[in-house]
Design a protein around this ligand. Structure first.
Ligand SMILES: Nc1nc2c(c(=O)[nH]1)N[C@H]1C(S)=C(S)[C@@H](COP(=O)(O)OP(=O)(O)OC[C@H]3O[C@@H](n4cnc5c(=O)[nH]c(N)nc54)[C@H](O)[C@@H]3O)O[C@H]1N2
Ligand SMILES: Nc1nc2c(c(=O)[nH]1)N[C@H]1C(S)=C(S)[C@@H](COP(=O)(O)OP(=O)(O)OC[C@H]3O[C@@H](n4cnc5c(=O)[nH]c(N)nc54)[C@H](O)[C@@H]3O)O[C@H]1N2
Ligand code: SF4
Ligand SMILES: [Mo]
Length: 754
């Protein structure tokens, strides 16, 4: 018997916990938290250890699949590539490159292959019809941060470990493990705030586990966080307490404009629609001023709503006017180890951020972050005309369960001339693909969380080598993406991904040495190439080589000899439990990349949304609204095939308040019909006072009972797809993000009760 221990970072969610994997006879024997991980210190959640089950899941695809006469059959890689080449080339030849749409899913954000090669693929495809899970998630926060601070990743995070007061809106880290504020063990960090005498206030229509553990729960009416935040800002100004702090003096534009624009949103003006009384709103606003160190943090419940960008903006306005932006224990800018847009380029000033550099073909909706709203993908596929999408390339995404008006998208995908999915399962989305290219199991791949460490609560770096060697003949995920890029470029089914890798790294190095603000500005590109690729550096290739470049030109990097003690991938490999470069530090003004070099508290785009916000004060406070929720043992739509995670009581239930249940004749466990403008589903009722009256909640990512998939466990625990109810017409106008919360619905018992 052979036994070894492998250390790796969990790639399943943003927390990025360290795992200690015991491998016995080349089989995973046990997975537990890595006690020595510099960031997670042994913490894991129930999903972390299921990487074993995921690796061993017989339904996980190990061979490419091609659809023949409506059924998917396993084929060789050569056959699959020939099919991809035929399909893509035909569509490009007949309809042009704009007729190829792409959708990149969420797991790509936790995937080094995708983080380094997705953009290569998009460039090679050369179409503006780009979509991703970002527009059903965090784009609003990125847009508001872009306008205020200059880049789409300049997102302040709550300094949990040092704050005295946390106001948290629309986030449930006890289930999600935290989001856009990367740290393992959010629950422990929250409990520590209270243990040291601090306070936590949770704003959520549901008394979530997080709300339950907080000092105060404010059951807000869904979709009204922007009004609540506007009223808090107003209250701060009206009390004469607005104070950005001496540290920000001279660095903030727009205080007066914000004050004037928000003057109408008094706590009294919003209380009816928001459902929280004026005195409470005012009290909490002033507590934020009084606390020595406080942070306001908003997540999914604040971004996936009609006022997503405006609410995201107001979170940071509130942080700023209460003196809590960029202070220790407040809302701080992360300092990522691998070069991020906030550590590259000229310090303190930049080109700023723009949206609308293109418009969708069908309804002229403006671009944000180089892509279009996922909500509008279906109409781009089904509406005839020049530029109509005829082929889709989907990488690690399941938009049929994850994006609005799913039934419409499901039908649209069926009408395509060609579709390819890079995925690990034959599921609700990939069943539409003519070819499925299976990414290998996570344990065959190296890992570094290039994306989410941009939002780290500490400056940490963790590199994980593959736990197992790839089986012979099985391509790594980056090789699949690189080859797909080559095929899209017309290089044919025999194209070598290594060539794509070489071209990509060469051009990356060229642009880096040309950047006069970079630590390796003016250096010889061949020398840098050799330093990265040579045998004394491990003959790096693919994502690892790019990662080494990013680490070395980053703020803690060795600068290829400039700072010999600095970090390199080689050094990181010698520290399997990670390297910790410390807690966050104040970064204004160097972090800013706005054209003015100032924090823009009142960007014209956001002020432009204020009249719409004011109009929402006329909303009907009695409307029945649907919200979502997450469960710790779930991961969007795709971990429901792991038996240990789905066992137990059915989780896809419709939570409803006892008053509503009584009024509507709904009984516990009985099937209830929920109907929205675009669809209707039936789910079992879960009557609970842990939800506000006139609000119902259904989790997303379920609805696995469709034909033609290969997910036997998920099929047994099908649930219903909540995105059959969400409306593709409901989009945040500033960011293009879908509205997934506060959906107007009607609810009816399907069985008459006595
Ligand atoms: N109603 C409602 N809808 C929501 C949300 C909500 O709160 N409410 N949340 C939204 C959010 S925040 C998000 S991020 C989106 C997610 O939207 P998506 O990213 O579209 O959906 P996922 O369920 O994450 O699907 C991930 C897919 O990637 C595959 N996969 C897993 N690992 C890998 C891998 O390593 N490589 C490859 N190639 N494939 C892999 C899985 O099999 C699955 O098909 O859903 C959104 N949808
Ligand atoms: N276990 C698990 N972990 C996950 C995921 C998962 O699916 N499962 N998904 C991952 C992903 S992709 C993401 S983006 C993150 C998301 O991380 P979080 O944002 O923490 O996710 P949720 O648990 O959906 O929390 C959103 C909360 O907002 C509330 N809410 C709904 N509408 C409103 C509203 O209008 N106003 C307010 N104030 N609250 C509202 C909901 O009741 C819910 O409690 O989680 C990540 N982690
Ligand atoms: S919290 Fe997230 S990163 Fe940590 S073990 Fe669970 S799924 Fe993995
Ligand atoms: Mo997400």
């Amino acid at each position: 018997m052979t036994e070894r221990i492998a250390i790796r970072t969990c790639p399943l969610c943003e927390a990025g916990c360290g795992l200690e994997i015991t491998v016995r006879d080349e089989t995973v024997a046990r997975i537990r938290g890595d006690m020595n991980d510099v960031f997670s210190k042994g913490y894991i959640c129930p999903k972390g250890s299921t990487l074993k089950q995921l690796h061993e899941d017989p339904d996980r695809l190990r061979q490419p699949m091609v659809k023949r006469n409506g059924t998917h059959v396993a084929v060789t890689w050569d056959e699959a590539w020939a099919e991809v080449d035929r399909g893509l080339s035909a569509v490009i030849a007949t309809h042009g490159r704009e007729s190829i749409g792409t959708y990149l899913g969420n797991p790509g954000a936790h995937n080094l292959s995708a983080m380094t090669f997705n953009r290569v693929l998009l460039t090679a495809i050369g179409s503006r019809q780009r979509f991703s899970a970002s527009s059903v998630d965090q784009v609003p926060k990125q847009v508001s941060a872009g306008f205020m601070f200059g880049t789409a990743v300049s997102v302040p995070v709550p300094d949990l470990d040092r704050t005295d007061m946390l106001l948290m809106l629309g986030a449930n880290p006890y289930a999600s493990n935290g989001s856009l504020a990367t740290a393992p063990d959010w629950p422990g960090r929250l409990e520590a705030i209270r243990a040291r005498g601090g306070r936590i206030i949770v704003v959520d229509p549901r008394r979530s586990r997080t709300a339950e553990s907080a000092d105060e729960w404010l059951p807000i009416r869904p979709g009204t966080d922007a009004l609540l935040l506007a009223a808090m800002v107003q209250a701060v100004f009206a009390a004469g307490r607005a104070d950005i702090g001496a540290h920000l003096a001279g660095h903030v534009n727009g205080m007066e404009e914000v004050k004037v624009a928000l003057a109408q949103f008094t706590p009294e003006a919003v209380e009816r629609v928001v459902g929280i009384d004026a005195a409470t709103i005012r009290r909490i606003a002033l507590e934020l001023c009084a606390a020595e160190r406080a942070a306001v943090y908003g997540r999914i419940g604040t971004t996936t709503v009609s006022f997503g960008t405006t609410a995201s903006w107001l979170v940071d306005v509130l942080n700023t006017v209460t003196g809590n932006l960029d202070i220790v224990g407040g809302a701080m800018f992360p300092l990522p180890v691998a070069a991020s847009p906030t550590t590259r380029g000229k310090k303190g000033i930049g080109k700023g951020f723009k949206t609308g550099r293109g418009k969708t073909r069908v309804r002229g909706f403006p671009e944000a972050l180089g892509e279009y709203p996922a909500a509008l993908m279906a109409e781009e596929i089904t509406t005839p005309g020049n530029g109509q999408i005829r082929a889709m390339v989907v990488v690690g995404g399941n938009p049929v369960l994850s994006t609005p008006n799913s039934s419409q998208l499901d039908a649209a995908l069926d009408s395509l001339d060609f579709m390819v999915s890079v995925d690990i399962y034959l599921n609700e989305t990939s069943r539409h693909a003519d070819v499925i290219l299976p990414a290998p199991s996570h344990l065959y791949r190296s890992h570094y969380d290039l994306a989410l460490l941009n939002f780290g609560l500490r400056s940490v770096a963790n590199y994980s080598p593959p736990v197992f060697d790839l089986p012979a003949g099985t391509p790594d995920e980056w090789e699949i993406l690189a080859k797909l890029a080559a095929v899209a470029q017309g290089l044919g089914a025999d194209a070598d991904p290594a060539t794509v890798d070489e071209v990509t790294i060469r051009s990356l190095i060229e642009s880096t040495v040309r950047d006069e603000t970079c630590v390796i500005a003016g250096r010889n590109a061949d020398d840098i190439y050799d330093a990265l690729s040579g045998s004394d550096n491990g003959s790096l290739r693919g994502p690892d080589r790019m990662l080494d470049l990013f680490l070395r030109i980053g703020p803690f990097g060795d600068g290829f000899g400039v700072r010999p003690d600095g970090v390199t991938l080689k050094k990181l490999k010698q520290h399997p439990h990670g390297l910790d470069f410390g807690a966050l530090i104040p970064r204004v003004p160097e972090v800013l990349r706005t054209p003015s070099g100032k924090i823009e508290l009142a960007p014209p785009e956001l002020l432009g949304d204020v009249p719409r916000l004011a109009a929402s004060l006329n909303g009907d406070p009695d409307a029945m609204l649907l919200v979502g929720r997450r469960h710790l043992r779930s991961n969007n739509s795709w971990m429901h095939n792991i038996r240990v995670l789905v066992k137990g009581k059915p989780r896809c239930t419709l939570q409803i308040h006892p008053d509503d249940a009584a009024r509507l004749g709904v009984t516990e466990g009985a099937p209830v019909r929920v109907t929205s403008r675009v669809g209707s589903v039936v789910a079992p009722a879960e009557i609970t006072d842990a939800i506000r009256p006139r609000v119902v909640s259904l989790p997303h990512g379920w609805g696995h009972d469709v034909q033609g998939t290969k997910q036997s466990v998920a099929h047994e625990h099908a649930g219903v797809n909540s995105n059959v109810l969400t409306d593709h017409e409901a989009i945040d106008p500033l960011s293009g993000n879908a509205v997934l919360n506060a959906i107007p619905v009607s609810v009816a018992a399907t069985v008459a009760t006595a």
